[in-house]
Ligand binder design. Structure first.
Ligand SMILES: [Zn+2]
Length: 345
């Protein structure tokens, strides 16, 4: 198959054709020409427009073939658009906006950026980090513009930390299709309200289940705007709060007992937080010796492990019984962070 044919089959070239493919020190260059059978269109509104003149030659980077860089070479036309009322650059089907790489190349980079860090993608395809970022952004924008919000019944609300813990993002997912449907800055009532505004009252009234963090402001907004939906607090969020409580006990104890205890606790953080079956043999031995010392952190650790049994129950009655008993232990443990956690649950 000729390179021309591969390009024609993989790129939307309506109104254009591949004229020549030449080998050049930078790679393969596909010369593109406009097809006189098609009318030229305005790049801003897509409406047919009147040809004016041509701009200088432009190169658009395309998906490499067998590791050989591929470029599109084209001299875009300028048009007079009656709808926009001015001179614009023509519409080119293989590119969005003023980008210097093809849509197919954007998708290609974005696909790689899903699985490896962006700087590695940039290195792998010898392009700038900014090119990868722009590619991801344009693919995400495309996805956001074309997402289908109909028939969504179960959503998940999650918050993630960005920029080294400086910025919170609130993300909303469709739990059935496992896709992101909305993302907003901050983790506030207002952020959630702007999602609900975007989602619309009709769709909101059809929500059957909402999975989110046990966070009071969220719960309040959801009770008010989607009272029919069942609120689900998932294991991930609950365990995260539990881990935070255990870690707080460790820190408080260090503060309380001073230097000697600090040395004793050195590098022990993950021993208390990890699942026991994931500990290395060295960590297991250390845990055994620490367990004999009647420390607060050890009591917190045991409470954490007992709490997790909750998910092994098959019936509501037994699970409830366990939770009740655990609640009593936690609230009588004299470990403030765990008491708070128990009350939150
Ligand atoms: Zn126009």
């Amino acid at each position: 198959m000729l390179v021309e044919q591969i390009i024609k089959q993989t790129v939307d070239l309506q109104g254009f054709r591949v004229h020549t493919v030449t080998k050049d020190p930078d790679g393969l260059v596909a010369g593109i020409r406009s097809d006189s059978r098609h009318r030229v269109r305005c790049g801003s509104c897509g409406h047919p427009a009147v040809y004016r003149d041509r701009r200088e030659v432009r190169f658009f980077r395309h998906v490499p073939l067998w590791d050989i860089p591929v470029w599109f070479k084209y001299e875009p036309r300028r048009v007079s658009c009656s709808r926009c009322g001015g001179v614009r650059t023509e519409q080119l089907p293989w590119v969005t906006g003023k980008q210097r790489f093809t849509l197919a190349y954007s998708c290609y980079l974005a696909k790689w950026a899903e699985v490896v860090p962006w700087y590695s993608v940039a290195k792998l395809f010898s392009c700038a980090w900014g090119t990868v970022a722009t590619a991801v952004k344009s693919v995400v924008n495309y996805g956001m513009e074309h997402r289908d919000l109909s028939g969504i019944t179960h959503i998940g609300i999650d918050e993630i930390l960005r920029k080294k813990g400086q910025v919170y993002l609130t993300n909303v997912y469709d739990l059935r299709s496992k896709t992101l449907i909305w993302s907003g800055v901050e983790r506030t009532k207002d952020a959630l309200r702007s999602f609900l505004k975007y989602f619309g009252p009709e769709r909101t009234s059809k929500l059957q289940g909402i999975c989110c963090d046990m966070w009071k402001p969220y719960v309040e907004v959801l009770r008010e705007c989607a009272p029919q939906a069942t609120l689900v607090f998932d294991k991930f969020h609950i365990v995260r709060h539990l881990m935070e409580a255990v870690d707080q006990v460790r820190r408080y104890e260090i503060r309380e007992k001073g230097k000697e205890h600090k040395d004793l606790m050195k590098d022990s953080r993950y021993i208390w937080l990890k699942n026991p079956w994931n500990l290395t043999s060295k960590q297991r031995t250390r845990l055994c010796s620490l367990e004999r010392m009647n420390l607060k952190i050890n009591r917190a650790y045991l409470l954490k492990e007992r709490f997790r049994d909750l998910w092994s129950y098959k019936t509501k009655t037994w699970a409830r019984k366990h939770l009740k008993q655990w609640f009593w232990w936690a609230t009588h443990s004299r470990l403030e962070p765990l008491r708070e956690f128990a009350w939150m649950v």
